[in-house]
Design a binder for this molecule. Sequence first.
Ligand SMILES: [Fe+2]
Length: 184
Amino acid sequence: MREHRPGKGEPLYMPFIEERTTEYLIDIHTHIAPNVDDGSKSMEMSLAMLRSEAEQGAKVVFLTPHSSAFGGAWTAHTLKRMQEVQETAVKEGLPVQICRGCEIYTNRQRIEEILRELKDGILPSMNGTRYILAEFSVHRGNMDDAKYCLRRYLEEGWIPIIAHAERYCRTFATVETVPWGRIS
Ligand SMILES: [Fe+2]
């Protein structure tokens, strides 16, 4: 493994892993379900994305639309699109297993509502497990709110995965100060 250490003025990224350390990939965050959020615009585009996943070594791909694609009438629409992707992938013989999830935009104002929606199954967890995929505001000064929400997830028995954690370098000044591993 070689770590990429950013120079002065260079954007910060998570350590870059050069070698593959696993036999296959599981992509836990995609916007491949068509016409449900700012991701894929058609089933053709979704299939092209899945083929690209397979070419890059992914054997399991999670569909994780934004949480705004769930709730009210949106839920049925989004679940139907996700199911269509799963069925079409099987029909086309794509060598990837497709699982369901959701990228949950999390903030302190909405955390109790989110927890209720997770409990009621309105917001899907990662393939029906206790793992959930959470994203936060990238604005500076959001650290206390994010830590509070992460603690609430844990208190309610959910295990949060932080979506695109590298974005929070801006929120938390440097990658070393991202506090995700130190929530207690
Ligand atoms: Fe995302």
